[in-house]
Ligand binder design. Structure first.
Ligand code: NSS
Length: 433
């Protein structure tokens, strides 16, 4: 038991007919003459508390006037099953002990703009919708960890301070490092590649940083990414893994978080279809889809948000797009021996317009080729010597990918924008609260 004096709303069914104390906050109140109702929230749920003039001392009944929204209170009462009550139980109040009377709470049931709510993100987390989203996020994280842990992957934490870029130099966050320069990590990939040579199959999971200068609904400057990496795995193995992994995460979360997804009014029909096999198409085939839909697109470019939406709309499951032009992809990608202008990479695009949730591929494993790419991309050779070592000492084909947590949560929750999928979002315009 976590606390000896209080029970949690989520456990209330175990206490039917018993007297309990619940410690929480005033979510809402309403009155009807000789009784008033207090909606009490304790973080695990909301319970309706019935305060009747005949059951409580005068001063407790009068608290209706002083208990403001979000005041903290300890409520003692009798648990009573009632199918009409939200959650199936209510509390017949015997006593209320105010802990703190809240000042006028800025977030009222009326509509507020997103900027206002984001400025009050520290309070906004208490709202039912935000609460549901972050519980889904937790379930996503747990499902991800279980998938890899249950499949024999070793967790390898990659560093946050790094000496070099992984995903292009334009989105690097630079910081002073004792008079020298360091960059916040854009991806743990290079480090899990090293670890894959030591442990066979590994993953890292942590925050990653990109100085994204454009304002979009899919980009944060700080986001969480899980990155598996497997030695002796090729692009096809990588796609098999991505597919099995994504099916597991989505199916488990929609099963576990049914209540939360109901709060979010998420239609689960499309999510239920996220089952293997996913369609696999080449970049060239994806371009054909754009053409058929009269989208203006220059062959050879990377896909933008709108292009991804059009491509993914052609399917009712996530679609795996592989073999992009190597030119638009990162330096570490292995080229396709059948067509060296293409990279052995894959992006997984979520349906319903959610776009890319996974990016990955097979890595260049040849020393000379990799060194040449590092030079072509104008990257500092010194900083990559350790990475080149992996191609000096027992180099093998290997592959991996990265899944962005926030985009996955936005997709599962059915949110247009990813800013609500992380407790405290960071974007080009937001570093507060
Ligand atoms: O740039 S990625 O496509 N790929 C990598 O970082 C590889 N180094 C991963 C790997 O192979 N180990 O990013 C991977 C995913 C992408 O599909 C998105 O889901 C997410 O990371 N991502 C982002 N989410 C939120 N905000 C931003 N700015 C962002 N950038 C990528």
């Amino acid at each position: 038991m976590i606390r000896k004096n209080f029970v949690y709303v989520e456990d209330i069914s175990q206490y039917d007919g018993k007297e309990v104390s619940i410690a929480g906050w005033v979510y809402n109140k309403r009155s009807s003459g000789k009784i008033w109702f207090l909606l009490l929230r304790d973080g695990t749920g909301i319970i309706q508390c019935v305060v009747s003039k005949k059951d409580v001392p005068e001063e407790v009944f009068e608290l209706e006037k002083t208990l403001t929204q979000e005041s903290s209170v300890i409520v003692k009462g009798l648990v009573h099953a009632d199918h009409r009550a939200p959650g199936g139980y209510e509390l017949w109040v015997r006593h209320i002990e105010p802990v703190h009377i809240a000042q006028e709470y800025p977030i009222t049931p009326k509509e507020h703009g997103v900027d206002f709510l984001m400025d009050h993100r520290h309070l906004w987390l208490r709202s039912t919708k935000q609460h549901a989203i972050l519980r889904v996020r937790h379930a996503v994280v747990r499902a991800i960890r279980d998938f890899f842990d249950n499949n024999g992957f070793t967790l390898i934490d990659s560093p946050i301070f790094t000496p070099s870029a992984c995903e292009g130099t334009t989105t690097l966050f630079e910081t002073d490092y004792f008079g020298g320069k360091a960059y916040l990590t854009q991806s743990g990939q290079l480090y899990v590649e090293a670890a894959a040579m030591a442990f066979g199959k590994v993953y890292c999971f942590g925050p990653t940083f990109r100085a994204e200068k454009s304002k979009t609904r899919r980009h944060l400057t700080e986001f969480w990414m899980v990155e598996p990496e497997v030695a002796y795995a090729d692009l096809d193995d990588n796609m098999d893994l991505a597919e099995e992994f994504l099916e597991y995460v989505v199916q488990r979360v929609i099963r576990e978080k049914e209540k939360e997804l109901q709060v979010l009014e998420r239609d689960l029909t499309m999510l239920e279809k996220v089952k293997r096999p996913f369609p696999r198409i080449t970049y060239d085939e994806a371009v054909e889809i754009l053409k058929k839909n009269q989208v203006a697109f220059e062959y050879g470019d990377d896909f933008g948000g709108t292009d991804e939406t059009v491509i993914s709309s052609a399917f009712d499951k996530p679609v795996m797009v592989h073999r992009y032009p190597a030119e638009v992809k990162a330096f570490y990608m292995k080229r396709d021996p059948q067509d060296p202008s293409k990279a052995l990479c894959v992006d997984v695009l979520a349906p319903e317009g959610y776009g890319e949730v996974i990016g990955g591929g097979q890595r260049e494993d040849d020393y000379d080729t990799l060194l040449q790419r590092i030079r072509e991309h104008g990257l500092p050779e010194d900083a990559f010597q350790w990475y080149l070592d992996l191609r000096r000492y027992g180099s093998v084909p290997h592959s991996g990918f990265g899944l962005g947590i926030e985009r996955t949560v936005a997709w599962i929750c059915g949110l247009k924008h990813i800013r609500e999928t992380i407790p405290f979002p960071r974007t080009i315009y937001r570093l507060y609260p």
